[in-house]
Design a binder for this molecule. Structure first.
Ligand code: ZN
Ligand code: ZN
Length: 892
């Protein structure tokens, strides 16, 4: 049972007590009468807390109807294009103001469903900040309703009903879930009669009161629950059992868990004796078992060693074990499962042979486990699985998703609970909790989806837990078919089909799932990279609009690496090892080849990564699109010891992001790739590697702007530092002046280690027309003075044969046209470059060079920043074409 609020709630008035909450009609159907006039509600609000909450909700609704910007981003209104009064047939269009480019269910048919128009008026950043033009925070206390306008009007309540799934037909309402309650003033129960409602506009404003109930199957229409303060409670264990049962019975994607999987080499028998447990060698036995995912921490810990294994096998009192293990044993026992696997008790830590064998079996251990207990909030084995939640206010995932920071106080001063007696089952009682919390509107004809992400920012609720900062735990989460996360705020259940929060929400995205990962590893090449109708998400760090849904960016390998590279490792050389379980599982299922973190069938896509230590946001609130730096995500470092070839993200430490390529316009060709395993595991450490690639190749020099290197013939192919009047992007500005009809391209270099001194020349190796790997020659030669003499003891990078050189050669010797030119071997990657095509016409007719800035072109409607950001796969924005001469380059 939840802890009591700071105040004892007052008893609701008789009007409030008589409301049948879960029978309230949706917002755009009929209102349910509450107090007869606003005056009566105000009088009752003095003694009834619920009436005062309803009053605030109705006033807030009234205020929104006046068209004032409140600072909230939300579904502001439905513009009824045409409707027939009293009939259910209408065409409605709504403007969704909450974050553009969030997927909405587009149901555009003639049955009256809404059609969404996405409007870009706000940004939701990856850390949940909602930026809007109008940041005014509404103060409900100060709001006054016009004295004569609504004083004598009745008060109407409505339900904020959302959809749990697609309805099976027009009459089906079983998918509807009551998430909240709203109130309005109006002449009649029709929402078109709400105060300040224009006769042709249906105002859908959402619910200002959240609703929860106690655990009872009769209340399936209300998914909201109070989270348990202690996840050890019987209610909490009951919720876990319910989730497990639901997964086994109702999730076709998950299937029922195997009854009798092979047990890991060693398991803990939790029922070994009354007060103790014992490690037990399974030797071919089968049975259900539970696994633990936890942070080891730095404190001294009990673990299996050659010496202690005998004692562990003979049995050990539970009280001797660290708290996290005790809690895991407790959960396992209460679920009635006999075996538990904990890495540090089941693998002999000081026996390298045992460790290597068991570590390579880890993918099977987690994949066959019945349930993984994730001690998400624990820093080490001594903190236990059940975090202390002594404060009864928290910010619900729904609120976070909307970008707000208002805490939910289901038992606080702005809340009301009441015991509800079932009318159908005498004597059966539930408690209903109402509290102030805003949720977006939902129409009966186009109900909002209860999935997180369909009405706000997508996010992983476990992302900030201590467990998610550790590299090893990523594959534990990914490989486990079912996980219970004991997070700081509440419990979350995750399986291959869903992720649910204890307070009643579903997360649309499964952040880690083997099925999703394998499915995206099997996608054909035409579903790689940018889609033909691509866009760029307004949600910083999210790829919602730009990539094919379900491709390797969402729940696939690319998103996995982006997540993995933000995590910490105690042993830095484990960078590839801590991911080897997943790599092995993927290779076994797809028969693909693995090269130090990159996959053979997706190699070019995997190759286009960049370091991303800090969030980069284009602040769209001003027309200038100022680039700003957001949240720091990590530090970029080069490890002291060799770890991987430079083209692999595993060669560096620090957060990585992948840049989407126009896959239909690739201008590079992978010739061959190889890596040398450092040990027995082909998915673990590597001691070397080489990539041979055929590409279009430009030199980047530090040539002064305005100085052109005019060769005897052919165009100048050179990337130069760019010195714009205003640079509205991130990265080092550069330009390519292709002195043919392609004009000037501007772009940005993103060096992997910007802190290292820049040493030209660099080489831009184009993967697609606009994105290039930036390389440096590893070979050095003496540095020359201007007069040609050597500078003693100084070495400079040896130039590489570039496409420019080849063009000159071919011009002189046309018979060399079909030759393959080998550039110098052993180049190393130092970063990536991204280019935007500009127009030759940006040069002023007087011959003065004008900045080829995209926004300069906006006036004639040719090239706008918006167009560039919404890069279309059908158009090449980069300067390079497939016809450009290519060279053969080896990268180590
Ligand atoms: Zn009341
Ligand atoms: Zn499931």
């Amino acid at each position: 049972m939840a802890t009591a609020g700071k105040e004892t709630p007052s008893r609701p008035c008789s009007v409030c007590e008589s409301v049948v909450w879960f029978e309230l009609q949706p917002e755009d159907v009929w209102g349910t009468p509450h107090h007869a006039t606003r005056r009566a509600l105000e009088a009752s609000a003095k003694s009834c807390r619920l009436c005062s909450m309803i009053l605030r909700a109705a006033i807030s609704n009234y205020r929104d109807s006046q068209g004032r910007r409140s600072g909230k981003g939300y579904w502001r209104r439905f513009n009824a294009i045409k409707y027939h009064d009293g009939s259910s047939v209408r065409d409605i269009t709504y403007v969704k103001e909450l974050g553009a480019y969030m997927p909405a269910s587009l149901r555009d048919d003639n049955k009256g469903f809404g059609r969404s128009i996405l409007a870009a008026t706000g940004i939701i950043t990856a850390d949940g900040l909602h930026v809007d033009d109008d940041r005014e925070v509404p103060n409900l206390e100060l709001l006054k309703v016009g004295e004569d306008e609504s004083a004598d009007l009745p008060v109407w309540l409505y339900g904020n009903w959302w959809s749990a799934r697609e309805p099976s037909g027009p009459e089906d309402t079983s998918h509807l879930r009551l998430m909240g309650v709203g109130a309005r003033f109006g002449k009649t129960r029709s929402h078109f009669d709400a105060v300040n409602c224009k006769p042709d506009q249906a105002h859908i404003r959402g619910g200002s009161l959240g609703i929860c109930t106690s655990d009872d199957s009769l209340f399936s229409q209300i998914p909201g629950r109070l989270r348990e303060m202690n996840s050890d409670s019987d209610i909490a264990i009951g919720r876990l059992e319910k989730w497990l049962k639901d997964c086994s019975l109702n999730h076709p994607l998950c299937g029922s868990p195997p009854l009798n999987p092979a047990l890991p080499t060693r398991v803990i028998d939790v029922f070994a004796s009354d007060r103790g447990v014992a490690v037990f060698k399974s030797i071919g036995m089968r049975g259900r078992y539970v696994t633990l995912s936890h942070c080891w921490g730095t404190s001294s810990r009990l673990m299996a060693t050659k010496e202690s294994m005998k004692d562990l096998e003979e049995g050990i009192a539970v009280s001797f074990l660290p708290k996290t293990f005790q809690d895991a044993i407790n959960i396992t026992k209460r679920l009635g499962i006999k075996y538990l696997w904990i890495d540090c008790l089941c693998i002999i830590q000081d026996d390298p042979e045992d460790w290597e064998r068991e570590a390579s079996a880890m993918s099977q251990v987690y994949r066959n486990s019945y349930l993984t207990i994730s001690a998400a909030a624990s820093q080490d084995s001594y903190s236990g699985c059940f975090p202390k939640r002594d404060n009864d206010s928290y910010i619900s995932p729904a609120t976070i998703s909307l970008g707000y920071t208002t805490p939910r106080e289901a038992t606080g001063p702005r809340s009301q609970s009441m015991v509800y007696e079932h009318t159908t089952q005498l004597g059966k009682k539930n408690t209903i909790y109402l509290f102030e919390e805003w949720l977006p509107g939902s129409s009966y004809y186009s109900p909002q989806n209860t999935e997180m992400g369909s009405f706000g920012k997508r996010f992983d609720p476990i992302a900030d837990e201590p467990l998610s900062t550790r590299a090893w735990t990523l594959q534990e989460r990914l490989l486990s078919p079912r996980i219970i996360h004991y997070a700081r705020d509440q419990m979350y259940f995750e399986c291959e089909s869903c992720m649910n929060s204890e307070d009643g929400f579903t997360f649309g995205d499964i952040f880690f799932g083997m099925k999703r990962l394998l499915q995206t590893q099997r996608i054909p090449h035409n579903l790689h990279g940018l889609s033909s109708s691509a866009g760029v998400s307004f949600i910083a760090g999210q790829d919602a609009g730009g990539m094919y849904l379900g491709a390797r960016w969402q729940g696939g390998w690319l998103s996995l690496i982006e997540n993995y590279t933000m995590r910490n490792l105690t042993v830095r050389q484990d960078k590839l090892t801590a991911l080897s379980g997943v790599a092995r599982a993927v290779a076994e299922e797809t028969k693909d080849l693995y090269f130090a973190g990159l996959w053979g069938r997706h190699f070019t896509e995997d190759l286009c990564w960049r370091m991303y230590p800090q969030e980069e946001i284009d602040d769209r609130r001003d027309a200038k699109n100022t680039p700003v730096k957001g949240k720091v995500l990590g530090t970029v470092r080069r490890p002291a010891e060799y770890r991987a070839p430079s083209w692999s993200w595993a060669s560096l430490d620090g957060p990585v992001r992948h840049i989407p390529l126009s896959y239909s316009k690739l201008v590079s060709k992978i010739i061959k790739c190889s890596t040398i395993p450092a040990g027995k595991d082909p998915y673990g450490r590597v001691s070397g590697g080489r990539l041979d690639i055929q590409v279009m190749y430009l030199q980047i020099s530090n040539g002064t702007r305005g100085v052109r290197l005019i060769p005897p013939q052919g165009p100048v192919y050179e990337v130069k530092p760019h010195d714009p009047k205003r640079w509205d992007r991130h990265g080092i500005p550069v330009e390519i002046d292709l002195e043919d009809d392609r004009g000037i391209s501007i772009g940005a270099l993103h060096l992997d280690l910007p802190s290292e001194p820049i040493s030209y020349p660099y080489y831009a190796l184009f993967l697609d027309p606009s994105k290039a790997l930036i390389l440096q020659s590893k070979e050095l030669e003496p540095k020359r003075n201007i007069d040609g003499t050597d500078v003693t003891d100084t070495l400079a990078s040896k130039p590489i044969l570039t496409t420019c050189d080849i063009n000159r050669n071919v011009a002189q010797n046309p018979q060399m046209k079909d030759y393959t030119f080998k550039a110098i071997l052993d180049a190393v990657r130092v970063g990536v470059g991204v280019f935007v095509k500009a127009d030759k016409k940006s040069l002023d007719p007087r011959g003065e060079e004008k900045e080829p800035e995209p926004w300069d072109e906006a006036k004639d409607g040719k090239l706008t920043l918006d167009k560039i950001l919404h890069v279309s796969g059908d158009e090449s924005w980069g300067p390079i074409t497939k016809e450009d001469a290519k060279v053969w380059v080896s990268i180590i």
